[in-house]
Write a protein that binds this ligand. Structure first.
Ligand code: UGA
Length: 456
């Protein structure tokens, strides 16, 4: 299909190029191919490229492998390291490269700028360039300048289309989103992107769920970019908020799960993301809050709430180690077992993982640390932590166990077997994931996050 034929060819699928095959890029490429579009994923890392071409996902994401194999097998999804060749025939180009925090905490835009210039230079005919990476508010205007300076501005339009998928449920979140946000300046480019998303908007693909039909929000680029930060900032604030309530519950002898359940019954509040625990980690929340704070600093806007959320979250991680210190008296010479290393279940991602902070603090206090995670087998940041082959091996001889990641298998632990092999009796349930009554029933001491042992 040529670019000139976009309007007529849309019914038969569009030609899509996706730059960057991290979480968002790979899922977007696989999903659009699954929905009937012809997609090329562009990746410069030879190892990742080889894996993807062979139908293998280079990170852990449940369900994605099956979709990838099918999309590659159908011929609708290919991968290349040749950006110019991939972009030239495309009707739409998604930029999905990483914007990691730089040394000062601001998003590092090097990869984003490089990709944007390369796309602008390579685009031919009518092309819509879509930013899916989380980008500083105002990037859309900058991208328009880049496209104007480097490429053929008359034929290249710019759209912001932030992504809201979560690791661990990425494919599902992509195919069945709550909303699709599109920010652009003209109806023509938005019409092309709407066409691309039509099967999702209408839930008209074979496994579509019409009852979940997502809302499409069409707006300008700055608003679309702000929606992404506002959503992540709010979710992070919600978690930090309930964690502060959990600290109050610890002092008051109250139960944060019941508090959160009752709060969640109020439709204005809603229960999800009121999960008290060890605080949020991962590559997004803390980075996006930092970016919002930088925006405030740069524009001299006072943002006291947004400026304090990451601090509150760091304090929550520290409470886990405080619970160990209180429970054991002193960590020097003690053995601590961590159950879980990934920043949350169903991922192998260790970016900003609370396990790393907790292990470091315990080691600094003189403890030795053993850990087990169902998918993480090595942690470069923790060379002094022994990684066990299963949960029982990890807890053998431990004075205390900390449940760090809410993996399903930890809810089904044989607690009597755990008690039998531990040297001590302290269980710190960083995710409120275990049943306190079952833990105490085998003679172990239960310490939750804002949850008394009696609250079963
Ligand atoms: C988050 C957002 O939920 C996505 O909508 C967004 O697209 C993504 O960031 C992004 O910007 O890329 P993700 O980081 O994959 O997704 O995972 P979440 O499920 O949101 O969890 C984030 C952190 O919050 C995890 O550490 C999780 O354990 C923690 N969390 C979550 C809680 O501590 N309590 C909760 O109730 C919920």
């Amino acid at each position: 299909m040529t670019n000139e034929s976009t309007a007529t060819s849309a019914a038969g699928g569009l030609d899509v190029a996706v730059i960057g095959t991290g979480y968002v890029g790979t899922v977007a490429a696989v999903a659009f191919a699954t929905l009937g579009h012809r997609v090329v994923g562009i990746e410069s890392d030879p190892a990742k490229l080889a894996a993807l071409r062979a139908g293998s996902v280079p990170f852990f994401e449940p369900g994605l492998g099956e979709f990838l194999t099918e999309a590659v097998g159908s011929g609708r999804l290919t991968f290349t390291d040749d950006l110019a060749a991939g972009v030239a025939p495309a009707d739409v180009v998604f930029i999905c490269v990483q914007t990691p925090p730089g040394e000062d905490g601001r998003p590092d835009l090097t990869a984003l700028r490089d990709a944007s210039m390369a796309v602008a230079a390579a685009a031919t005919g009518r092309t819509v360039v879509i930013t899916k990476s989380t980008v500083p508010i105002g990037w859309g205007a900058e991208l328009r300048r880049i496209v104007g300076a480097v490429g053929s501005a008359a034929d290249t339009a710019v759209v912001s289309n932030p992504e809201f998928l979560r690791e661990g449920s990425a494919v599902n979140d992509f195919l069945y989103p709550d909303r699709v946000v599109l920010g652009g300046e003209g109806p023509a480019e938005l019409a092309v992107v709407t066409e691309l998303y039509r099967p999702i908007i209408e839930q008209s693909f074979p496994a579509g769920r019409p009852e979940l039909e997502p809302v499409m929000v069409v707006t300008d680029t700055a608003t679309a970019e702000t929606i992404k930060y506002a959503a992540n900032g709010f979710l992070a604030t919600k978690i930090a908020f309930i964690n502060e309530i959990a600290r109050i519950c610890d002092q008051a002898g109250a139960d944060v799960l019941t508090v959160a359940d009752a709060m969640g019954l109020d439709h204005r509040i809603e229960r999800r993301f009121l999960g008290a625990g060890i605080g949020y980690g991962g590559s997004c929340f803390s980075k996006d809050l930092e970016a919002l704070s930088w925006f405030g600093d740069d524009h001299r806007i006072d943002l006291p709430i947004l400026g304090s959320v990451n601090r509150s979250n760091a304090a929550q991680r520290a409470t886990v180690v405080d619970k160990l210190r209180t429970g054991l008296g002193n960590l020097s010479g003690r053995r601590i077992a961590l159950l879980g290393l990934a920043y949350k279940a169903d991922t192998d991602d260790l970016r900003d993982a609370p396990a790393i902070t907790i292990a470091r603090s315990a080691i600094d206090d003189g403890a030795t640390v053993t850990a087990y995670d169902p998918v993480v087998r090595t942690v470069a940041a923790l060379p002094d932590v022994t990684i066990a082959d299963d949960a029982y091996e990890a807890v053998a001889g431990a004075d205390a166990v900390v449940l760090v990641t809410e993996w399903r298998e930890f809810a089904d632990l044989d607690l009597a077997a755990v008690a039998a092999v531990m040297a001590g009796d302290l269980v710190v349930d960083g995710r409120n994931w275990l049943d306190p009554l079952k833990v105490t029933a085998v003679g172990l001491r239960y310490v939750g996050m804002g949850r008394s042992a009696a609250a079963g």
